[in-house]
Design a protein around this ligand. Structure first.
Ligand code: GLU
Length: 391
């Protein structure tokens, strides 16, 4: 009996600590950026698609299940609609995505067919991952595709997204899909060799970082303003995606897709790109849900005392520490906790925004008197509170 047929997850027990461990990867997400796949004359770069597909085929033969997250729909659609160089409205971008997506799938379909591999299109929005049933459906569909030897090709469902349900960029989408399918590795294939310790276009002695163990502020600072022309994901959005993946126990890598055989090299442990291994301080599923998936419905401002105990003692947020409530939200929604203008945490709120405005600054006893009920002593219980930048 194949467990995957019943939508059960395999046990993931691969822990990637070194480059050599990459040869044990069983399941990977490979995210391909627009700048690599598209050009202004032909739309899609078929040579690039074929290069990626050949490597994915080799990985599959070696026993690695691969899911591709591919950008390029908007950029390809622009070319086919003759909309190059024009500033597109939201609806025009969505229309371009609708045109480009079918070209994208046709290209992957043709390239994989040469190796007798089927592909499947999966278009997702962030809303799909927030709703438990849709999340489970998407996750079970990918399990079934993997067990049938099909390569899922994921993109954001651009034609229906509005700001609230947007992943924002495909780096973010890739990291969340990597968590959803319990991948061992999340690879971002782009047009730079990896993360550099300084901007290689400006400083000749800039060095590529080979393995990063801690994604601390000094590493984040290396990403400064390196956006490429196509697509939305510069180095900063890549590192944000790395942070989501590695905190969730999925190692990540950034490689240059123009380098011949870079993916197959990476998976045998060769020194290409930048590898990010997972730290010890990991989010569990519930924390990942709060930190990375849920929509933020409002903000609770807190005083310095509350901030101290939340950050250093892992305490719950009590009404007495609150100084202001922003937004309108229901109980159970996700809110940010802000101290001195800086977001320090996110959590699930036990009360709605109207009730919280009435009790901010009160003790828990007075909260009960004022509201006439007290379902919880805390405004956000410590178990539902995730610190920001817990790296
Ligand atoms: N979904 C967009 C597209 O296919 C790409 C977004 C991104 O590159 O981050 O064009």
């Amino acid at each position: 009996m194949k467990l995957a047929m019943y939508g059960w997850r395999r046990n993931r027990n691969i822990v990637i600590k070194t480059r050599q461990d990459l040869s044990h990867v069983q399941r990977a997400i490979v995210k391909i950026g627009s700048s690599l796949l598209t050009d202004a004359d032909t739309g899609i770069r078929m040579d690039m698609v074929e290069h990626v597909v050949e490597q994915v085929f080799a990985l599959q033969k070696a026993g690695v299940q691969v899911c591709i997250v591919s950008s390029g729909a908007v950029a390809i659609g622009r070319v086919h609609l003759g909309w190059l160089g024009k500033t597109l409205s939201v609806h025009e971008k969505q229309a371009a995505a609708a045109v480009g997506q079918s070209w994208l799938m046709e290209s992957y379909g043709k390239a994989f067919a040469k190796h007798d591999i089927q592909v499947a299109q999966m278009l997702l929005t962030k809303d799909d991952l927030r709703h438990r049933r849709r999340y489970l459906n998407a996750s079970n569909t990918s399990e079934t595709l993997f067990s049938a030897g099909v390569v899922p090709i994921v993109n954001e469902n651009d034609t229906v997204v509005v700001e609230e349900i947007k992943f924002g960029d495909n780096d973010n989408l890739g990291a969340l899909v990597a968590m959803m399918v319990n991948a061992d590795l999340f690879v971002m294939v782009t047009d730079v060799d990896g993360l550099y310790d300084a901007n290689p276009n400006e400083q000749q002695d800039a060095k590529r970082c080979s393995v990063i163990h801690h994604l601390d502020d000094s590493v984040m600072a290396m990403a400064g303003g390196s956006d490429s022309e196509f697509g939305t994901g510069g180095m900063l959005s890549k590192l944000t995606a790395v942070e989501i993946a590695t905190r969730g126990g999925v190692a990540a890598a950034i490689v240059n897709g123009q380098q011949r055989g870079v993916l197959t090299d990476l998976f045998v442990g060769n020194d290409v790109g930048t590898l990010f291994v997972c730290g010890e301080d990991r989010h569990n599923r519930h924390q990942h849900w709060i930190a990375d998936v849920l929509h933020v419905a409002g903000q609770l401002h807190v005083d310095a005392g509350a901030a101290q105990v939340i950050i250093h003692k892992g305490a719950s947020l009590l009404p007495i520490g609150m100084t202001d409530v922003q937004g309108n939200f229901d109980k159970g929604e996700c809110v940010e906790v802000v101290a001195d203008g800086v977001v320090i945490a996110r959590g699930l709120c036990n009360y709605n925004s109207d009730d919280l405005r009435r009790v901010q600054g009160l003790s828990s006893q007075d909260m009960a008197k004022t509201l006439g009920y007290k379902d919880f002593t805390s405004v956000i219980h410590r178990d539902n509170l995730v610190l920001k930048g817990k790296r």
